[in-house]
Design a protein around this ligand. Sequence first.
Ligand SMILES: [Zn+2]
Length: 336
Amino acid sequence: MTVDHPVSRSALPYRFDNPAVPTPSTQLETLTPSAVANLSSFQAYLRSSKRILALVGAGLSASSGLPTFRGAGGLWRNHDAMELATPEAFSNDPSLVWQFYSARRAAALRAMPNKAHYALAELAKRMPEFLTLTQNVDGLSTRANHPPNQLLHLHGSLFSLKCTSFYCDFQEDNHFTHPLTPELAIASETLAPYTHIPQSGLPHCPKCHTGLLRPGVVWFGEALPWRVVKAADDFISAGKVDLILVIGTSGTVYPAAGYVDRIRMQGGKVAVFNIDIDDSESEDDFSEMESERSYANRTKWTFEGDAAEWVPVALEPIIGHIEVQEGSSGERFNLV
Ligand SMILES: [Zn+2]
């Protein structure tokens, strides 16, 4: 299976209408009056916002059909996925860990970016002071053509490669070729019996030619990449962030909660898009009886449900209307 990374905007299965011509979303017709007021209040503030940070979590990958292994207690070939995601596991059995990650790369490549990935990419293109900080390692934001200089991967990426040699600094991002070696092709066939791959059949460093490559994801027990953490800090320190979008994760857990707190202390506001909104997150929600004036004074909005549906609708005033192109097969990858 060979996978080509698409770069052409014309290949996108979504169509962007001119935002100057408002196109009401059909979903709005099904919203309750309070939900419409909530959305209108958010969009009014969005229009006035100059600097925006999006924090993206696993819920957005789930909307593309991808399970998250991190913290989920998931199994892969009867191995606890969390126990495979450690430097010790890689050191002990690189064949096993590489096959786990090769299977995850294949699954991520079979998944498609959803409308929210495209919506955030479009927002980045239209708003230079917008930054996406994603916890997801699946490469879907990159494949939605999110501008790379406005996209930070807090937990690294399945499609980054790093040399494990102490003496070598090789790292390559956005390496979407699959499989990485002929031997790893079997790892994407989950029904095939497990076969140990000797080190010679695992990916090796093209720079030093001796070191084994490893996936460029943050494993349990490892620190978050300091360049990414610093870039996010620099963005927040460079001026008031008017708005933080918390997407596919809870705004009350680390690390989202930390960023939410910092931005609210600056006077910024928060919008949470998640499948579940817990009570503490909707603490300043208003009842249906609240007046328009109350909505105007909000500092926090919550959008409960599929983030892939909510985010493009909420961002419409800036990015225009996104819809699936007629006749699109949704298959943008050349799987041979
Ligand atoms: Zn190397």
